[in-house]
Design a protein. Structure first.
Length: 153
């Protein structure tokens, strides 16, 4: 059987190392799940998350020319999670309800759980904004000092 990149398969954990786990997708076809692809959280010990003989769902990330198969458990889990919008996105009708105001939408977005990437982007934007404000304040102080040398004594 030819493995397709991006497709999800079910396999059995055949070995665990410090850097990952080996999963047999079918007899004679084994791929490796790197430690960073085991779970959505930081993994210090793979044995805390997987055991030999355990059946897991994996997503094929790549198949090299040498036949090495790169797998991911966390991406297989993410792909199987149901969509939160219930398939209503882009339906074109609000179902007789008033559209939410932008402040209500912002509040709903803040309450909704974020992906790690979105959370990081939010933190980065807040940092950049506060940094720009601080730099602006510092520039104002320095400009005042440059214009008024008599105040320095």
């Amino acid at each position: 059987m030819q493995l397709e990149t991006g497709k999800i398969y079910e396999g059995k954990v055949t070995g665990i190392t410090k850097f990952g786990a080996f999963v047999e997708i079918e007899p004679g076809t084994t791929g490796m799940v790197h430690i960073s692809e085991v779970a959505n959280t930081y993994v210090n010990e793979i044995k805390d998350h997987l055991t030999e003989g355990q059946t897991v769902k994996v997503k094929v990330l790549s198949v090299s020319d040498e036949g090495k198969i790169s797998l991911s458990i966390k991406k297989a889990l993410a792909d199987q999670q149901p969509k939160r919008d219930g398939g209503r996105r882009g339906a074109g009708s609000s179902g007789g309800r008033r559209p939410e105001s932008s402040s209500n939408q912002r509040a709903a977005q803040e309450k909704a759980p974020q992906t790690p990437e979105a959370a990081f982007e939010d933190m980065l934007n807040k940092f950049k904004q506060s940094s720009d404000e601080r730099m602006g304040d510092l520039k104002k102080v320095l400009d005042v000092k440059r214009r008024n040398p008599s105040r320095r004594k």
